[in-house]
Design a protein around this ligand. Structure first.
Ligand SMILES: Nc1nc2c(c(=O)[nH]1)N[C@H]1C(S)=C(S)[C@@H](COP(=O)(O)O)O[C@H]1N2
Ligand SMILES: [Mo]
Length: 410
């Protein structure tokens, strides 16, 4: 899309418009043809139409305006990197760009800097050496549909996450070019998408200046070796390895260095978790002491089996899955088929870096007929592991308890 704006761009734009119009109730033929079938999540109201958007294979539709698409979980068994056309999509605001011209695209940086900059893409890329990182982008509300009691918000399964190889410029290279002034406290990030109504706050996120100047954050223009898909932030997005996706601002257009704590809605009101270790509260409680959501807690999943799958008693199964955390790296993954009384070790696959999905494998022989709950839990390099019982908070954020897969053993 970057180098051939007329060719690919137009076609994709028409598909996107068709999809958006269809969502507004003006169903068109192309849209009808795109609707393939329905995937079912294992919780109430869990039927999701599989819809193909531009540059995407059929994904589970959560909402249409703005587009919010979830990755079918089988994709995580295809490989450690989530293909671009299967990567989930999340937006808050319905006025999002359907066409972006890379020739006129600008990134501005201002505020408490010596030299405000207004860069085109070529100038941005020329500022310094590009770097690569494999990192998980996970929505704060990933798995929210499993919360009991239910909470407001998109009822997501486990597919609002993905792992990709991101390439771009370290944020600190840009900040150093602009020259951060004394007294800088935070850096804010904003993209091209806009609210439909004036009263709706813009999506602006902030991180502390120390974090912004650390080696971690990237301004990425490449995802798995290709341009970012339009719906994943083309042409540039913030990549914050180890942090929840809410900070990974797409179509990044404005960066501001500020001398105070940012007071915008998406930091002070939305995306806050209980200010305690488990990021949890007794079910039904309102948020009191809170903090902005931050790093990814440890999680693990079985990817090679489906919920409700039937398996024969006594026959060895090759099991496979993934684990990840907020950047310290996975130390071990274990499984249990007796409710957590005993745990069996698994073998970890090659490391693609501490921010990536890590593969695990093992062999397992079902040893009891009936419904068996297969549990999986990971431990990270800091010794942190997953809570045995699901935790709860009013936003439905940061689920990371041990997941159980119900299997029918015959
Ligand atoms: N410009 C912009 N960037 C955004 C958002 C948004 O609404 N607008 N949503 C954020 C949220 S909440 C998530 S989870 C990630 C999702 O990234 P993806 O759509 O590439 O999967 O984008 C983040 N970046
Ligand atoms: Mo999100």
């Amino acid at each position: 899309m970057s180098d051939t704006p007329q060719r690919g761009g137009l076609v994709r734009r028409h598909f996107l418009q068709a999809a958006l119009l269809a969502g507004a109730g003006l169903a068109t033929r192309p849209f009808q043809a795109l609707a393939a079938n329905v995937a079912r999540q294992p919780f109430g109201n869990g039927d999701r139409e599989l819809i193909a958007y531009p540059q995407k294979r059929p994904l589970m539709r959560i909402t249409t305006r703005p587009p919010h698409l979830e990755t079918p979980f089988e994709v995580f068994d295809e490989g450690l990197l989530t293909p671009n056309d299967a990567f989930f999509v999340r937006y808050h605001l319905a006025k999002l760009p359907t066409r972006i011209d890379p020739a006129t695209y600008r990134l501005r940086i201002g505020g408490k800097v010596r030299q405000p900059l207004d860069l085109d893409l070529a100038a941005l890329k020329a500022l310094g050496e590009a770097v690569e990182v494999v990192a998980v982008n996970q929505c704060s509300g990933n798995s929210r549909g499993y919360f009991e009691p239910r909470v407001f918000g998109a009822q997501l399964g486990h597919g609002s996450m993905g792992n990709a190889r991101w390439a771009g410029l370290p944020l600190r290279t840009l900040l150093n070019h602009a020259g951060v002034l004394d007294g800088a406290r935070q850096v804010t990030f904003r993209g091209l998408d806009q609210p439909v109504l004036p009263a709706t706050p813009n999506v602006i996120k902030a991180i502390d200046i120390e974090h912004a100047l650390s080696p971690e954050p990237l301004i990425a223009w490449s995802m798995n070796g290709e341009d970012l898909p339009l719906l994943n932030g083309y042409p540039i997005r913030l990549v914050l390895p180890g942090y929840f996706g809410t900070y990974w601002i797409k179509h990044l257009s404005e960066i501001e260095v500020i001398d105070h704590e940012f007071d915008g809605f998406f930091m002070q009101t939305a995306y806050r978790v209980p200010d305690n270790d488990c990021q949890c509260l007794p079910a039904g409680n309102a948020l009191t002491a809170s903090r902005p959501i931050g790093r990814l807690p440890v999680r693990s999943f079985v990817t090679s089996l489906r919920e409700g799958q039937t398996l024969p008693l006594g026959q060895e199964q090759a099991l496979r899955g993934i684990a990840f955390d907020g950047g310290s790296g996975i130390h071990s993954v274990e499984i249990s088929d007796d409710g957590g009384a005993t745990w069996l070790p698994t073998r970890l696959g090659e490391s693609l870096g501490n921010y990536s999905f890590r593969e695990w494998r093992t062999e397992w022989r079902p040893r009891q007929r009936g419904v068996v709950q297969l549990l999986v839990r990971a431990r990270n390099a800091k010794g942190e592991t997953q809570p045995a019982q699901p935790t709860w908070n009013p936003g439905g954020y940061a689920r990371h308890s041990i997941e159980a897969l119900a299997l029918h053993i015959l």
